[in-house]
Design a protein around this ligand. Structure first.
Ligand SMILES: NC(=O)c1ccc[n+]([C@@H]2O[C@H](COP(=O)([O-])OP(=O)(O)OC[C@H]3O[C@@H](n4cnc5c(N)ncnc54)[C@H](O)[C@@H]3O)[C@@H](O)[C@H]2O)c1
Length: 252
């Protein structure tokens, strides 16, 4: 991708799954990377350290004080942020009739409040520095359709799309591009923990019957989309959502 060499990239949820694959991809592109997550920071930095310059910190993105500390540490390590991958997220699989208010609040707090807090903090820093940066917010195909048993997750990701559009409308004047990713079913630790409670036959049938490419996606395939949207190759892509789902949403 063009324009990623030497860029300073902050990746929330960069210690597992899609975020860790993105950290690897941006290091391979010659970017400098700072990751945060609830855990696994030391392991990620050690595993990817041979590829380039990477640092990180433990942070809960749903907490305002922790996000302020994250920004200070990332800016001190990178010397300014050019690209934000607003990737941290959580999910639970449970019927609408059984969702507790506590579970609802947790999913919305991480997936929507956290995205707002980090997105606003990084945007303020970019505007203050005059950085014509790029922000990619992690939504989901669950932002575009109402998958059963994920009411809180679906609502949070639908909110991410509207947050993305509004950020794009307001931040375009500052030269900051904002877009969203909508992956479908991607094989990561997040889904592995959900799959562990399901019949393996159900998972195989789901991929065969619901995904025209017949398989789950790989974290690297989403990382490639992150790289495209953050790069100069996407210099006129703004306020958009990119679906990466093996054709799942194309089925009538
Ligand atoms: N796996 C999929 O099929 C899929 C599909 C669409 C969208 N997504 C989204 O992609 C993103 C990454 O998911 P993944 O599948 O790689 O999951 P994962 O569980 O492998 O990784 C999640 C990452 O987010 C971090 N995280 C979780 N809660 C956090 C918090 N409160 N504060 C800071 N970091 C936190 C974790 O530490 C981890 O680094 C999520 O936003 C998820 O909703 C995933």
């Amino acid at each position: 991708m063009r324009g990623l060499t030497g860029k300073n990239v902050l990746i929330t949820g960069g210690t597992s799954g899609i975020g860790a694959a993105a950290a690897r991809r941006f290091l391979e592109e010659g970017s400098r990377v700072f990751v945060c997550g609830l855990d696994g920071v030391g392991e990620t930095v050690e595993e990817l350290g041979a590829l380039g310059e990477i640092g990180g910190t433990v942070c809960d993105v749903s907490r305002e004080d922790e996000v302020a500390r994250l920004l200070a540490e990332a800016e001190s390590a990178l010397g300014g942020i050019d690209v934000l991958l607003n990737n941290a997220g959580t999910s639970r699989r449970e019927p609408f009739l059984e969702i507790t208010a506590g579970h609802w609040d947790t999913v919305i707090a991480v997936n929507l409040r956290g995205m707002f807090l980090v997105g606003q903090a990084v945007s303020r820093a970019m505007v203050a520095r005059g950085t014509r940066g790029s922000i990619v917010n992690m939504a989901s195909t669950n932002a575009l359709g109402g998958e059963a048993d994920y009411a809180h997750y679906n609502a949070s990701k639908g909110g991410v799309l509207q947050l993305t559009r509004t950020m794009a409308v307001e931040l375009g004047a500052h030269g900051i591009r904002v877009n969203a990713l909508c992956p479908g079913y991607i094989r990561t630790p997040l889904n592995a923990s959900i799959e562990a409670g399901l019949d393996p036959g159900f998972v195989a049938a789901y991929q065969r019957d619901h995904i025209p490419l017949g398989r789950a996606g790989r974290a690297e395939e989403v990382a490639a989309a992150y790289a495209f949207l953050a790069s100069d190759d996407a210099s006129f892509v703004h306020g958009a959502e990119l679906v990466i789902d093996g054709g799942q949403l194309a089925i009538m």
